[in-house]
Design a protein around this ligand. Structure first.
Ligand SMILES: Cc1ncc(COP(=O)(O)O)c(C=O)c1O
Length: 473
């Protein structure tokens, strides 16, 4: 070893040694810098999340830590918006699968978000029929159709939206303006901007929704502290004497019931959020024809990551204002995403009109939802500690028969002396969203029914094993 080193020295001049030492120093410096920037990035993320939650919250779920656990003991209102990715990145999925196989009881089951991964199975099977390739020269321009009120709306996407609504019969698209948005979340904000009176000398208009309401409404409404509108709370307790905007979510998130306006005041402006008005969740009882309807691919086809929603708007002036909002917000909406959404919606329509024996998209969704609700009701009965809403069936114009509601979320109530249902389930390693985020009490939680089979299976199994004998782990 010493011989070898001496031999090597003979070949190296002083210049070589100097260069070698500089290179070593540089690499040490670089690795130190990388380590510093990593820890800084981690710290910034941590601080941002902490600020988002009011500054004193526990940090939860930064992927890359290999730890998919989350201390939600101080979860507050701000955690109720879909802003944290709780699914593992692909690289970790296998390890977690192995862990599940070894100790299913120790796995944390996270059903907080309505992440629609249940639909992956269908789209995997659909393969090429739902695949697009976008060549490098395509979609360069900001503009899609300058003759349209919504100048960034891709005609192909608009065509597939109209085709699918006609086929399902859930909304009238004749003489309607289509405004596309980056998810229906952006359209929600565009709608508030477009509908709120512009006279800023008056009080901001109240935005209300009947409790339990979608937990993101209050957060999205008050996030920018607009002078035009403000969150007004539960529509059931709103007096309705002053102007207001009422959000009607039907079927409702979180409890799944079909909704109608509840305020009945004279100065009311209505926005219908119809994210779940599709045949896999609910009977299609009529073709809706209101002033402003919101839809999204997130819950209709399961493509939440594509971030595409659309509004059907009767009044041209409102459609123009919504378009302006999006123009100033993001200068339009990704063409790539619109083209992908067009392909997906087209594939859904094709699957419904296809004469072959293969299951249509809605049949697939309905079959899975029916099965899951059956499993969940069975688990609730076995446990004896919970209850669920009961739904009546209705005539579905799409299926041309009576069918039942199978909502995308379960609105679960803890019975007896369990006061804080979210905490109770968290102690059993089941993460849900507390009723307090939806304008209701903590006896309730919302549970996503849209997760992958494996996760949902673990959930119903664990729920059925929680009984009065082993209530407190
Ligand atoms: C009622 C309702 N509206 C809107 C959204 C948001 O949809 P998007 O992903 O299109 O922004 C959701 C998502 O959970 C929802 O439940």
């Amino acid at each position: 070893m010493a011989m070898g080193f001496n031999k090597m020295l003979r070949f190296l001049s002083l210049k070589h040694l100097l260069m070698l030492s500089m290179a070593l120093n540089l690499s040490l410096l670089l690795s130190r810098l990388i380590a510093e920037s990593e820890s800084l990035r981690f710290k910034i993320q941590e601080d941002e999340k902490s600020q988002e939650r009011g500054g004193n919250d526990h940090y939860c779920l930064v992927w890359g830590t290999r730890d998919n656990t989350c201390d939600t003991s101080t979860s507050d209102q701000s955690t109720a918006h879909v802003s944290k990715n709780t699914s593992p990145p692909a690289a970790l999925a296998e390890d977690i699968e192995v862990e599940k196989a070894i100790q299913p009881d120790s796995v944390i089951i996270n059903l907080d978000h309505g992440d629609p991964t249940m639909y992956e199975q269908f789209w995997e099977k659909t393969g090429e029929k739902a695949t697009i390739v976008i060549p490098g020269w395509q979609s360069l321009s900001y503009f899609s159709d300058i003759s349209n009120v919504c100048w960034f709306l891709e005609p192909e996407f608009a065509g597939e939206v109209r085709r699918l609504h006609k086929l399902v019969g859930n909304a009238n698209t004749d003489d309607r303006h289509i405004v596309v948005g980056t998810g229906s979340t952006q359209l929600y904000m565009a709608a508030l901007y477009a509908l709120a009176p512009t006279d800023t000398s008056k009080q901001p208009i109240s935005v209300v929704s009947a409790a339990p309401f979608y937990s993101s409404y209050p957060l999205m409404t008050d996030f920018l502290k607009s002078g035009l509108y403000k969150w007004g709370g539960d529509a059931y307790t709103f007096n309705g004497e002053e102007p207001y905007i009422e959000l009607i979510t039907s079927p409702n998130n979180p409890d799944g019931f079909t909704r109608k306006p509840v305020v009945n005041g004279t100065g009311g402006i209505l926005v219908h959020d119809l994210a779940y008005y599709w045949p896999q969740y609910t009977p299609i009882t009529s073709q809706l024809d209101h002033e402003l309807l919101l839809f999204t691919v997130s819950k209709s086809t399961g493509h939440a990551g594509t971030r595409i929603g659309w509004a059907l708007v009767k009044d041209k002036n409102i459609a123009q204002k919504m378009t302006k909002f999006i123009e100033l917000n993001t200068i339009g909406v990704s063409k790539d995403s619109q083209l992908r959404a067009a392909k997906i919606l087209g594939a859904v329509s094709d699957s419904c009109t296809d004469s072959s024996d293969s299951e249509s998209f809605f049949e697939f969704g309905r079959r899975l939802m029916t099965q899951r609700w059956k499993q969940l009701r069975h688990a609730v009965r076995t446990s004896g500690l919970f209850s669920l809403p009961e739904f009546t069936s209705d005539f579905c114009n799409y299926y041309e028969k009576y069918s039942e509601l199978h909502p995308a979320f379960a609105w679960l109530r803890c019975e007896g002396d369990i006061e804080d249902c979210e905490k109770f389930l968290r102690d059993h390693k089941i993460i849900t969203r507390s009723g307090k985020h939806f304008g209701r009490d903590i006896k309730f939680v919302r549970v996503s029914m849209l997760d992958r089979d494996k996760n949902f299976g673990l959930f119903v199994e664990r729920l059925s094993n929680i009984t009065s004998e082993n209530k407190f782990p």
